[in-house]
Design a protein around this ligand. Sequence first.
Ligand code: HEC
Length: 250
Amino acid sequence: MHKLRIIPKLVLIGAIASMTQVHAAGGGGPLEEADIDPGNIPSLQRGAANFMNYCAGCHSAQYVRYTTIGKHLGLSEEQLIDNLMFNANKTFETINTAMPPEDAERWFGSVPPDMSLIARAKGADYLYSFLKGYYVEPGSPTGVNNLYLPGTSMPHVLWELQGYQAANYSEHSENGIVTRQFEGFEPLTAGVLDAEAYDGFVRDTVNFLAYIAEPIRSDRRTVGVWVLIFLTIFLVLAYMLKKEIWKDVK
Ligand code: HEC
């Protein structure tokens, strides 16, 4: 009986381990560092606008309320309504997508995942690399492929901003086995943004995704400080009490 109880735990550990493996293996190139700054409020505000303009048409963030974003990012109700709320009527609503899941399935072959926790699941560096990882591949249904999620059904939605790029590979042959190694991207057409501005756009967007994956992080830090102060005072009191109680016993 006792031994049996450990099995679900082992299964869980196995599942987590295999998830991390997929995560680490995901893709065909080295990850670029996102270098995001969760304390940079203007960056988070820009990222929120980017997300609502370029991602929320397909992706929801169903655990995130507009009111919470407004509170943390210092936006008034009018600013929220004017700049971010395209799919909602009330500020306490969560970020829903206008696209019905059945249509998404029909159009893309897979439902665009909810973005609430994606940064925790995949990591900021992955998201940053993924959004910079689209390259032209003429035979594919979307005309592009992604270095980090090969064969993805998500189109290159930021093509107007980034332009199109090609992926260069070198081929190595050893004992008759030919392997391809990714060497780098090469711009083909110019986008509205230059390379540096596009990096900034993606960084802000990923910063926002990292923030919504853990919106209470800022609150938690302040709570943590108070808990430590409380524990210190309590320790002193407990020590004094102990001395008082044991004083006569000795
Ligand atoms: C036209 C619809 C559409 C838009 C707009 C869109 N996506 Fe997607 N996205 C998808 C689909 C479909 C998938 C599922 C792809 C797959 O599984 O191959 C996806 C998957 C993803 C994933 C998961 C990748 C993974 O490794 O599993 C991330 C992250 C993502 N999108 C981020 C974004 C961001 C950020 C934006 C805005 C800049 C955006 N998407 C805009 C359709 C869209």
